[in-house]
Design a protein around this ligand. Structure first.
Ligand SMILES: C/C=C/C(=O)SCCNC(=O)CCNC(=O)[C@H](O)C(C)(C)COP(=O)(O)OP(=O)(O)OC[C@H]1O[C@@H](n2cnc3c(N)ncnc32)[C@H](O)[C@@H]1OP(=O)(O)O
Length: 267
């Protein structure tokens, strides 16, 4: 018996969400505050991540921002109101857990950085698998200028992505880097005229491939990255075994041998 799961679409105040040709596109929409992440935006980001996770139509997730910013950071007004060490710690843990959910999406995710991606905004982009930027984008972790430190994963994900030295440069100076410098640092994967269009082009290249293979490749990278090499290789071998048990594998290999494009069904 086949079961259909229907997830009710939550009402969003600070996000728009649409599904377009297998892309789940989330636009953070609080432009009057440069899309700063207050608690409500974070709650909505967690909810939309759940919607994407449950929707089999969505094969790639894209996160972007409305107006001139991607996200200009956590809401500094809310940070200023944090009363004590425990409340501040809870605030960081909440942001971290939302971004962990984004990082754990079963489909590839792309941050389409259309403008400022600062502080929590860059940390959101770092939780995505891939980052593309428009020429107007400015990226940075300026928290030390506010007397705080990055608290939504930046001190951990940035050095893992670009290396310790480059991460310390950005974290200690708090400077904003251009899209072109971000590309040379390995902080973004591509730069284009329009961030969302560039993300869609990258997604199109991803969507040609087997969806189960994409999910397994993401799982292999994610589960292996904090293990020693041998343990990680064992995970890779197990997941390779699983990939070879799929109909997509039969189709992909047969299509190659028959010199035709593959038609993957995600099975
Ligand atoms: C754990 C995570 C921690 C963090 O993320 S801490 C925050 C890190 N981020 C930052 O420090 C960036 C703060 N923002 C800025 O430095 C500037 O903005 C920009 C350079 C990004 C842009 O400057 P400009 O073009 O002059 O715009 P504008 O007038 O400053 O901003 C427009 C409205 O947006 C509000 N805003 C901008 N960023 C935030 C934010 N992160 N939290 C709360 N509000 C923000 C402003 O205050 C203002 O509002 P109004 O029009 O009412 O004066």
């Amino acid at each position: 018996m086949s079961e259909t799961f229907e997830l009710e679409m939550p009402e969003f105040e600070y996000l728009t969400y649409r599904v377009e040709e297998n892309l789940g596109i989330v636009t953070i929409n609080r432009p009057q505050a440069l899309n700063a992440l207050n608690q409500d935006v974070l709650i909505e980001l967690a909810a939309v991540t759940e919607v994407i996770t449950q929707d089999p139509e969505v094969k790639v997730a894209i996160f972007t921002g409305e107006g001139k910013a991607f996200v200009a950071g956590a809401d500094i007004g809310q940070i200023a109101d944090l009363q004590d060490v425990f409340a501040a710690r809870e605030f960081a843990i909440m942001g971290q857990s939302v971004f962990n959910e984004i990082a754990a999406l079963p489909v590839p995710s792309i941050a389409a950085i259309n403008g400022f991606a600062l502080g929590g905004g860059l940390e959101l982009a770092l939780a995505c698998d891939l980052r593309v930027a428009s020429h107007k984008a400015r990226l940075g972790l300026p928290e030390v200028g506010l007397g705080i430190i990055p608290g939504f994963g930046g001190t951990q994900r940035l050095p893992r992505l670009v290396g310790r030295g480059r991460a310390f440069d950005l974290i200690f100076t708090g400077r904003h880097v251009s899209a072109e410098e971000a590309l040379s640092l390995g902080l973004v994967n591509r730069v284009g005229e329009d961030a969302l269009q560039t993300a869609k082009e990258l997604a199109a290249a991803i969507l040609k491939n087997g969806p189960v293979a994409l999910a397994l490749a993401k799982e292999a990278v994610g589960r292996g990255e904090n293990l020693d090499l041998q343990e990680a290789l064992e995970i890779e071998a197990d997941l390779f075994g699983l990939a070879c048990a799929t109909k997509d594998m039969r189709e992909g290999t047969r299509a190659f041998l028959e010199k035709r494009p593959a038609h993957f069904k995600g099975e």
